[in-house]
Design a protein around this ligand. Structure first.
Ligand code: NAP
Length: 488
């Protein structure tokens, strides 16, 4: 059985970022266990047509690895994936990679004070685990009656079937979230008939992207600080956008702009009515698109807002009995964000699972550790999601904190630490107080930001900068050494 000091699970932005920062901080005994055969995480797995990041390129990248060569202000999947692969090479992470290693179970060994990771390619032990599997890796496909009887082709947006030619086909798209609104305009001109099943309309605003000129790139490459200055301007501009989510009254103008965008692009009042959200701007993720509404206006596209009742061998049937003949169903129905599977397979001291600890709702200390689970760090753990800016900023704040925790253990000769329950309770109370009155809890929608109890275990109710400030200092008093863990 191989053993290393630190195991990183996942080789997406979180995992690669963790590996680079560990190396830079002098922690060299680590491995990155990745289920797929390449790095990149969601940017490797998702290949649907039209996939582009809706966060500006200068911000959706590591602060320690700015890329002066982004060709566009918003990057495509190919460019981001290439960027992550180049970071892997540039920072010497490849020798640490164990690709094709899917982690099944992570179990704390009380006697040895380490984690045992059982994977598809054997078992490993590690003193510290950094879980960087991301929130968007487990596709959610609704359990629609009769789905198993469908005679055509079914796939989820994150598992795109490029071998299935859509030309001339009758295609159903279920869901109208961030992924669907990107691939619908791509496939609409190709298919014979496209039926889009919408449960809730999203707020959509214009996408203001543009190519980055070769002159700008030359400046970024050669003028010290130029790209950092642009990045800082984007960073602070984005931070002000959080105000509208925290204080919904301030988002009225943004909402009006979204309404104007809809009115400009959809002349038919009946279709416009179907596409007008009845909840606060930002309650669900605000989407950016210039070609989504025009795609819906096409003659071969139909928007269906009646609830889906069942699927038959060659049709999707809505609750009113209307049958929509299709030969392909594409699910753009998102991911298990608030009900992920992995907590069931993480067993802490005494065999208690993370799922037990997270019943009825996910709680954490600083979105990064959980009381009762020593040496387990969660990249993008509970309450680290953002609606207004780049999650890479959140990851970097976490990595700063994790390195500080590892250095503290090294300095004090402590093998394992976990947050004290009181510190976690204080943090949870802070989150709850901050969430009250924000658009996520008071905006009048249900979203994947909320769990079955109406609590938001995913969103950070503040600025990326306030998260950074909270995690900047490691407070030893908020942690205790294992095994003298208090009952939680
Ligand atoms: P999503 O935003 O969660 O959207 C899922 C869609 O499926 C929603 O329209 C939802 O309707 C619908 N849906 C879910 N269950 C349904 C059911 N049983 N029946 C009918 N409709 C159902 O998922 P996503 O579009 O895959 O995006 C997930 C996340 O990925 C995004 O929020 C974003 O964070 C990330 N993403 C980012 C980018 C980017 O550019 N950075 C691009 C794509 C995705 P309701 O609204 O009614 O629930």
């Amino acid at each position: 059985m191989s053993s290393f000091d630190i195991a990183i699970i996942g080789a997406g932005f979180g995992g690669i970022g963790a590996a680079v920062r560990l190396k830079q901080a002098g922690f060299d005994d680590f491995s990155v266990l990745e289920q797929s055969d390449d790095v990149g995480g969601v940017w490797c797995a998702n290949t649907y047509p039209g996939l582009t990041c809706d966060i500006p390129s200068h911000l959706y990248s590591f602060s320690f690895a700015l890329n002066p060569d982004w060709p566009d202000t918003f990057s495509s999947r190919q460019e981001i994936w290439a960027y992550l692969r180049s970071c892997t090479d540039r920072f010497g992470i490849r020798p640490h990679l164990r690709l094709g290693h899917k982690v099944h179970e992570t179990t704390w060994d009380d006697r040895e004070q380490c984690w045992r990771l059982s994977t598809t390619r054997g078992t490993f032990t590690a003193r510290v685990v950094i879980n960087a599997i991301g929130a968007l890796s487990d596709p959610s496909i609704p359990d629609i009656p009769g789905l198993g009887s469908f005679q055509g082709t079914i796939f989820h947006s994150s598992r795109w079937r490029h071998d299935h030619d859509l030309t001339g086909r009758r295609v159903a798209v279920i869901g109208t979230g961030a992924s669907a609104i990107q691939f619908i305009p791509q496939i609409a001109p190709q298919v014979g008939k496209l039926t889009v099943f919408q449960r809730t309309p999203p707020w959509v605003v214009p996408r203001r992207g543009r190519p980055i000129s070769s002159m700008e790139r030359l400046v970024y490459r050669n003028v010290p600080g130029a790209q950092r200055l642009v990045r800082a301007a984007i960073y602070w501009g984005r931070e002000t956008m959080a105000l509208g989510f925290l204080y919904p009254n301030l988002s009225r103008r943004a909402q009006q702009k979204a309404v104007a965008h809809l009115e400009r692009q959809v002349p038919d009042p009946a279709l416009r009515a179907k596409l007008t959200p009845a909840y606060g701007f930002g309650c669900k993720r605000v989407l950016l698109s210039n070609d989504y509404y025009p795609a819906l206006v096409r003659d071969n596209v139909e928007l269906v807002v009646d609830r889906i009742g069942q699927v038959r061998p060659h049709a999707v049937v809505t609750a009113d009995g209307a049958e929509h003949a299709v030969d392909t169903i594409i699910f753009g129905t998102g991911f298990h964000v608030t009900d992920p599977a992995f907590p069931r397979y993480v067993r802490g001291p005494g065999g208690r699972t993370l799922a037990d600890a997270w019943t009825p709702t996910m709680r954490s200390y600083l979105g990064t550790m959980v009381a009762g689970f020593p040496n387990l760090f969660l990249m993008l753990g509970p309450n680290t999601g953002l609606g207004h800016t780049s999650v890479v900023l959140m990851m970097e704040s976490q990595l700063h904190h994790i390195i500080a925790a590892l250095r503290h253990m090294q300095r004090t000769g402590t093998r394992a630490i976990a947050p004290v329950p009181e510190a976690q309770e204080r943090f949870s109370a802070y989150i709850d107080a901050k969430l009250a009155g924000t658009v996520w809890t008071a905006g009048g929608c249900t979203s994947w930001y909320l769990d079955a109890n109406g609590h938001s275990p995913s969103i950070w109710p503040g600025f990326a900068n306030s998260f950074r400030r909270r995690l900047r200092r490691f407070q030893p008093a908020d942690y205790q050494a294992a095994p003298v863990l208090k009952e939680v």
